[in-house]
Ligand binder design. Structure first.
Ligand code: ATP
Ligand code: MG
Ligand code: FE
Length: 352
């Protein structure tokens, strides 16, 4: 079966084609980063309008890439939540209209399930079961994954997400938007030991995280330095960026390792935008080698939001017999807030 997938939960419009037998066939993406940059963050109304502009040209683009026509498509998958309501409505209405027009089933996908399963697009792909470290702009969670639709939450952030910690500290340092990649680039020239930053909840004994205190610690250091020297030197900025990155990476790695030990699993999968961080990748690769374990990352371009992970999650749900394939009546809702547990096999209710 060939599935077309639509992603529009935030500031990326993604469209992709996946096949239940052959995997990913084609994907196309438009990022709105440049448009939102001047506001220092995502402006929801602008995001929705831009999704409308991009979604059909991207659809034509993937069909062309794969050498397929509309008539070759057998099912439609789309991100139904969580995310920005207006943005989600664009992908959902295009997906449902397309499905209705062609009499196809439409499969609502949980955005985090998309992220979570995206490392399966890597070569080699991990086998189930594994521990997943989901580190995105809005979420930081450790999960035990036994199969498609079988996710057990082991721990999560009590306040800011890891991506948010990167973005907010980068903003404090005047590094522009989005901050994560910018802070990480600057960190490469810095000395992480030049500043002693806290590792919040590193020894809390559980698998939860907290990052808001780290942001405050960076702000305190920044203010002290500015008082001392007026403006920060390039050296100091790079050192502070390196120390921030090291603190975030230390906490993420140590909790991921704790989760491996607690579950006895040997495979770790990292998903979400922060999974693109080079320092985190290197740190986890080393730690897993010591533990005799394996770590898997999504292909770099599929770490942040994309349509490939949604089309692929749709394909995996179909293969696992977890998708309703009767065509339905195409009434739909989007879910700006949506617990991943609601799409688990064991969940009493299935998504609308
Ligand atoms: P969610 O999926 O939780 O709704 P999101 O879709 O906004 O949130 P993603 O697209 O998965 O999140 O990831 C974006 C986040 O990843 C941003 O916070 C960004 O700063 C961060 N990020 C991207 N690349 C890097 C990097 N190289 N180093 C650190 N952080 C990064
Ligand atoms: Mg984004
Ligand atoms: Fe995301």
């Amino acid at each position: 079966m060939i599935i077309i997938g639509f992603e529009s939960s935030c500031d990326e419009t993604g469209v992709a084609l996946a096949c239940t037998e052959k995997g990913l066939l084609a994907h196309a993406l438009h990022s709105q980063i440049a448009m939102h940059r001047e506001y220092g963050g995502v402006v929801p109304e602008l995001a929705s309008r831009d999704h409308i502009r991009r979604i059909l040209p991207l659809t034509r683009q993937v069909l062309e890439q794969a050498g397929l026509g509309m008539a070759d498509i057998n099912a439609v998958a789309y991100t139904a939540g969580p995310g920005l309501a207006g943005a989600l409505l664009v992908g959902a209405s295009v997906a449902q209209s397309f499905a209705w027009a062609r009499g196809l089933p439409a499969i609502p996908i949980h955005h985090l399930e998309g992220h979570l399963l995206s490392p399966l697009l890597a070569d080699p792909a991990p086998e189930f079961p594994f521990v997943a470290l989901l580190v995105s702009g809005g979420h930081t969670q450790l999960m035990r994954v036994d199969g498609v639709g079988t996710y057990e939450l082991l721990g999560e952030t009590l306040d800011d997400a890891a991506g948010e910690a990167f973005d907010k500290t980068a903003k404090l340092m005047g590094l522009g938007y989005p901050g994560g990649p910018a802070l990480s680039r600057l960190a490469e020239q810095g000395d992480a030991t030049a500043f002693d930053l806290p590792r919040p909840m590193m020894h809390s004994g559980d698998l939860d995280f907290s990052f808001s205190g780290l942001k405050t610690a960076v702000l305190t250091r920044l203010k002290a330095l500015e008082k001392e020297t007026g403006t920060l030197s390039d050296r100091q900025r790079a050192d502070l960026a390196a120390a921030t990155e090291a603190a975030i990476v230390d906490v993420l790695s140590s909790k991921a390792i704790k989760a491996m030990k607690q579950t006895g699993l040997k495979r770790l999968v990292v998903a979400g935008g922060v999974g693109a961080n080079r320092h985190l990748r290197a740190h986890l690769l080393k730690a897993m080698a010591r533990l005799n374990g394996q770590v898997f990352f999504p292909p770099l371009d599929l770490c942040t939001d994309n349509g490939a992970m949604i089309a692929y999650a749709g394909a995996l749900r179909i293969k696992a017999g977890l998708a309703v394939l009767d065509g339905g009546n195409h009434a739909f809702t989007v879910k700006p807030r949506w617990d991943l547990q609601d799409v688990c096999v064991s969940a009493a209710s299935t998504p609308a």
